[in-house]
Design a protein around this ligand. Structure first.
Ligand code: SF4
Length: 481
């Protein structure tokens, strides 16, 4: 029996499907909701008497209860080897209104395949559909004292000016064909070929080096490390192996590509000393604060003043470099609604003047500080002053002032720390931001299966390496000029 998610993995890349089909897919949601969304939807629609489906049920369970209920929640169906779950169905005479839930605040990029598969199965089972609705989260809703399920959601039967029922009827889902292909083939049936899923949403498929083993051993200045290039594969296949030999007519001409090609020509490194010096002059005064935040994102707001998709910063580590070149560190790790404690600890630990360094600061730490200023008007001025002092250490890299071929086209702080210090995040208990959030949730939700003290230490160690890494990169940039 298959789920729509299996089919989508196969459509993404058959090879990816076969490589993951024995794995338990981790469905942990990055966007957090501590409330049961289906219960909130039931409250929103005032559903008190309903048939509630549960795991492992089949069509009979629905049909046996079809005459006894008006509302059906999380009902399971299966047909032609595909299993589906419909969040909400409402019976109106002999036909049903179908309600889907969209995990967002503005309908965009609807997953048409998901909706069509669901609806086609219902129709094939003889379930007449009267209308289709999508429920999504009201972006203007603000949590106040308790969660108001009335105000929390919005419902629509339209998308881009068309009725959903007409829109989803435009094409037939090909699920039978996909299942036939899954069952009639195996991983060896597919010629290994790069496709757009190898790098989806700027992230590399976890099987990339399993599929393209030869690329693991490519030289650091391989043409395939060229950033944002649509022609790098073409150049590679035409025999251009190194950045230094890139065909200029096939470069998009962005600053990073330029730095990459020059680094390869210079024997491994390119430094625009004039502009790097100018950038580093922002860090001439002392003290300098190197800081990194961690935060969780709530799809359903949980605390006072929060809206859907608001974030809650729960940790920071800062290193302060003083006039005597001595480094001191401070950290904060809270739980629950720790926004106020976070702000107060931050204001307490942060030097009253001097630059504050973060990586990709504008889209991250600066935003967080401004959001906190909104929550706490009494600290607004101090927080906005802090926001103004941030210097983004990613600037020299994303603007092509510095490129070292050992970066292999990767401009992240983690990569920089790795190449300049040899310290690898892989050696840490927590090695990436998503893991940090999930581990924090364990503490926050009181998971008794974890060792809280060890988890706290791991979180401080991870965030601490990001903050210390900023200091290392800063020192390295100084050496370069
Ligand atoms: S690296 Fe590309 S070809 Fe290999 S499994 Fe991933 S998406 Fe498929």
């Amino acid at each position: 029996m298959y789920h729509i998610g299996d089919l989508k993995r196969f459509i993404r890349c058959p090879r990816y499907y076969f490589l993951t089909c024995d794995e338990k897919i981790n469905n942990t949601q990055y966007l957090r909701s501590d409330e049961s969304i289906i219960d909130l939807l039931c409250k929103h629609l005032h559903i008190d008497n309903c048939y509630k489906g549960s795991m492992g049920e089949n069509n009979e369970c629905f049909f046996n209860n079809a005459d006894s209920y008006q509302w059906f929640v999380n009902t399971r169906f299966e047909l032609e080897n595909l299993r589906i779950k419909i969040p909400l169905m409402h019976k109106d005479k002999d036909a049903y209104d179908i309600y889907f839930f969209y995990r967002g605040i503005a309908l965009k990029d609807l997953d048409f395949y998901y909706y069509r598969c669901n609806l086609e199965i219902l129709r094939k089972l003889g379930i007449e559909i009267d209308d289709i609705y999508i429920i999504y989260i009201n972006k203007d809703y603000v949590y106040h004292e308790s969660l108001d399920s009335e105000e929390l959601f919005l419902i629509t039967d339209h998308y881009k000016g068309k009725r959903l029922i007409d829109l989803f009827d435009e094409e037939i889902a090909d699920y039978k064909e996909i299942i036939k292909r899954i069952e009639g083939t195996n991983i060896d049936s597919y010629v290994l070929k790069k496709n757009k899923s190898c790098h989806l949403h700027n992230s590399q498929c976890p099987f990339y080096y399993e599929c393209f083993k030869e690329e693991k051993d490519l030289p650091d200045d391989s043409i395939l490390t060229l950033v944002s290039s649509q022609y790098k594969e073409k150049m590679y296949n035409e025999g251009i192996k190194y950045l230094k030999d890139a065909n200029v007519d096939e470069l998009e001409g962005n600053k990073i590509q330029y730095a990459q090609v020059l680094a390869s020509r210079n024997g491994g490194q390119f430094v625009d000393k004039y502009n790097l010096k100018k950038f580093l002059s922002k860090l001439d005064s002392r003290p300098i604060c190197f800081i990194d935040f961690e935060w969780d994102t709530y799809i359903i707001p949980k605390y006072e003043g929060m809206k859907a998709l608001d974030v809650l910063p729960f940790e920071y580590v800062m290193f302060i470099l003083d006039e005597n070149d001595e480094l001191k560190s401070y950290s904060f790790l809270g739980n629950g609604d720790c926004r106020r404690e976070f702000v107060e600890a931050l204001l307490n630990n942060m030097p009253k003047s001097g630059p504050i360094v973060a990586y990709n600061a504008l889209g991250a730490e600066v935003m967080r500080v401004k959001e906190l200023a909104n929550y706490f008007p009494e600290y607004e001025k101090e927080l906005l002053d802090i926001a103004d002092r941030f210097v983004d250490l990613a600037f020299p890299f994303i603007n092509g002032l510095v490129y070292d071929v050992r970066m292999r086209g990767n401009l992240t702080l983690k990569k920089l720390v790795d190449i300049i210090s040899g310290i690898s995040y892989k050696d840490l208990e927590i090695s990436d931001g998503i893991d940090a959030v999930l581990r924090w949730r364990d503490i926050d939700l009181g998971n008794e299966d974890i060792n809280e003290e060890e988890t706290i230490n791991s979180l401080i160690e991870y965030c601490g390496l990001d903050a210390y890494g900023l200091y290392l990169v800063y020192k390295w940039l100084l050496e370069l000029i």
